[in-house]
Design a protein around this ligand. Structure first.
Ligand code: DGL
Length: 283
């Protein structure tokens, strides 16, 4: 058995990297749906179908758990799949399987509250003091998941999401860092204008953006804390596995990388982030 990690492309490697450091003995299968990337501009139904196909492929590879290392899939498809598809698929396979996301751990890290916490409704008078900027794909921004779920838990945090329509595709295709820096600076400026001041903290709400986290850090006001999704996801998975020992995640440290796109090496930007050459097999 193994842990599956799924993304539309290379962004999920940022989560995978941290998970491998946290669980060095576990077996991992990474699946990049590069034939269909990017997901961020697609309609919701298509994102649901593609995410289900990706999870199904990872369960066929022997995974017991699949981590959706993709904000777009997690915010648009996860709840639907958990409610409508997963119970039947679990019965069909006859073994414990589950799909987990990265939005819940990120919100727990951003609010400092466990997911089960609900804020006392305090009406309209709450003064929102802490301004959180979220950079995300258009589909994640449209879902308003960060605004809605953070407001339920912390009414003193104001969330503003900036959709970045081209950024994941540029990172996926290895665009030059100078071009990425320009696009990132323009999104940071647009968000700052919309808020009326710089955000106090920021979430890189697309796993691709972690590959260029330093460019976000440089464009934001000096010292702006970034809420790190890889760290938050690894911490949440550790807790989950302690509570749910029935999930077998393997123990031989095997690593497999699959793509629905072109097998072979990844672009320089990705390999620089990863710190070594990476070879993907055909899914
Ligand atoms: N890396 C993904 C995310 O976290 C998806 C990017 C895309 O495919 O548009 O949203």
């Amino acid at each position: 058995m193994a842990i599956g990690v799924f993304d539309s492309g290379v962004g999920g490697l940022t989560i995978h990297h941290r998970l491998v450091e946290t669980f060095p003995d576990a077996d991992f299968v990474y699946l990049a749906d590069q034939a269909n990337a990017p997901y961020g501009g697609k309609p919701g139904e298509e994102i649901v179908d593609l995410t289900r196909d990706g999870c199904s492929r990872l369960f066929d590879e022997g995974c017991s758990l699949v981590v959706l290392a993709c904000n777009t899939a997690a915010s648009v498809a996860l709840r639907r799949l958990q409610q409508t598809w997963l119970p039947g698929h679990r019965r069909a396979l006859g073994r414990p399987i589950n799909v987990l996301g990265i939005v819940v751990p990120t919100i727990e890290a951003a609010t400092g509250m466990p997911w089960a916490h609900e804020a006392e409704p305090r009406g309209d008078k709450v003064e929102k003091l802490d301004v959180l900027g979220v950079f995300a794909t258009p589909a994640t921004a449209r879902s308003r998941v960060y605004e809605i779920e953070i407001d339920k838990r912390r009414q003193d945090v104001a969330v503003f999401t900036e959709p970045c329509p081209e950024l994941a595709r540029m990172i996926e295709t290895g665009a030059p860092r100078a071009d990425l820096a320009g696009v990132i600076a323009s999104h940071v400026q647009a968000l700052t204008r919309r808020i009326g001041r710089a955000p106090d903290r920021a979430v890189l709400g697309c796993t691709h953006y972690e590959i260029v986290a330093d460019l976000f850090q440089a464009a934001l006001a000096p010292g702006t804390p970034l809420i790190r999704q890889p760290e938050a996801t690894a911490t949440a998975l550790k807790d989950y596995l302690l509570r749910r020992p029935e999930f077998d995640v393997g123990a031989s440290g095997a690593r497999k990388f699959l793509t629905t796109g072109e097998p072979g090496a990844q672009n320089g930007l990705v390999e620089a982030f990863w710190g070594a050459p990476l070879r993907f097999e055909a899914a």
